[in-house]
Design a protein around this ligand. Sequence first.
Ligand code: PHE
Ligand code: NA
Length: 454
Amino acid sequence: MEKRAQWGTRAGFILAAVGSAIGLGNIWRFPSVAYENGGGAFFIPYLFALLTAGIPLLVMEFTLGHKYRGSAPLSFFRMNKKTEWLGWWAVLVSFVISTYYAVIIAWAISYSIFAFNLSWGQDTESFLFSDYLNLSVDPGQAGSLVPGVLIPLIAVWLITLGVLFKGVKKGIEAANKIFIPTLVVLFLIIVIRAITLPGAAEGLQTFFAPNFETITSGSVWVAAYGQIFFSLSIAFAIMITYSSYLPKKSDITNNAFITGFSNSSFELLAGIGVFGALGFMASQSGVPVEDVVSGGVGLAFVVFPQIINEFPALNGLFGFLFFLSLVLAGLSSLISISETYVAAISEKFGLSRTAAVGLGGGLAAIISLLFATQGGLYFLDNADYFINQFGVAFVGLVEVIVIAWFVRNLNDFQTHANGISDLHLGGWWKICLGVITPIVLGYMMFDLFKTNIL
Ligand code: PHE
Ligand code: NA
């Protein structure tokens, strides 16, 4: 049998895991989620979720991959034959996400070029929705491909599949060693520029002003857990796959803490940068900061171009740097999502890496064309909504219940992780996974069910 691929260095693994974690979610999701759920007070449920669910689950997924040395389905299978489907489920969620995540990166590539001649103009909203994407509310009307999306989309897939084709060490590790340090430097430049703009202080005040009343509300806690899961790439099969390439002697627990805290630090930095910039925009237009807050596609592709339009100097350059950082954050995440199905199908069907990349990646690339059509945003919104509501937390919930209660493997996991890690897991780790996380996620699912179905 072929020897399993391995990371070249410990830093290589950490950069890849952090690269997966740091993504669009940190830049456009976290700032608005935190603001809408209590501002400064949100950090209480957020830190609680990080420490009781985020890092403990990361340790669990790292241990699963490291102990059983397989892609997600194979690792689950080796843990217990009856749980292989759970790995496939996570892989399927990842596959679907990859098909539209790639398209958002393609938009960011186009926008990084538009930034130089500001070709989105002043009306950035209609530029995105009518001039650039030509969106039609009727998906049947939206047959034709948008060239401004299609061309960068091809580039996104060529880069991603090229990296995966080169393998774990020469591809994924090498790419993240370039992408992540570059991303951090670019982002620091942008954030420093943002917080030194006039009005930035107001923006930051709005962001951090704590509304302590909110933390007694269940929905704020649900938002905190949801953000931690999405942001740490937990329950996407990613962290299981990546840790299966770790050498035998690897400090799992420490790696999980480093990954968790690096991701949260970047998230906090993004919140500061985004709200600094929003404060500047508010001061330019005379509207209160509260009225310009947004998140998601609107924040990145409508509000940011507006802010950049108002920039005192070097607007093209800062626009370019902002969208380039979205591209880098996005690509390192897309690489990680796509590796989950490349690894899974190559092991399941005994295919070479090249064949698995061609087959899995090729299929994802073809499906992603759907989102590059005029109706693209319509499909993208629906896919994203569906995945976020029913994919992520649900897989996480089933995962902890299966491991903690059905297979009852937490003791073995604990022994395995403690045998190779400096920091030893105690009883609290099992309480977090076996009791606290299932209760909170169970409540989350119940809440979702109530608001969506009943
Ligand atoms: N952790 C990523 C982020 O914050 C989210 C993500 C990664 C989503 C990989 C899907 C796949 O954006
Ligand atoms: Na993240």
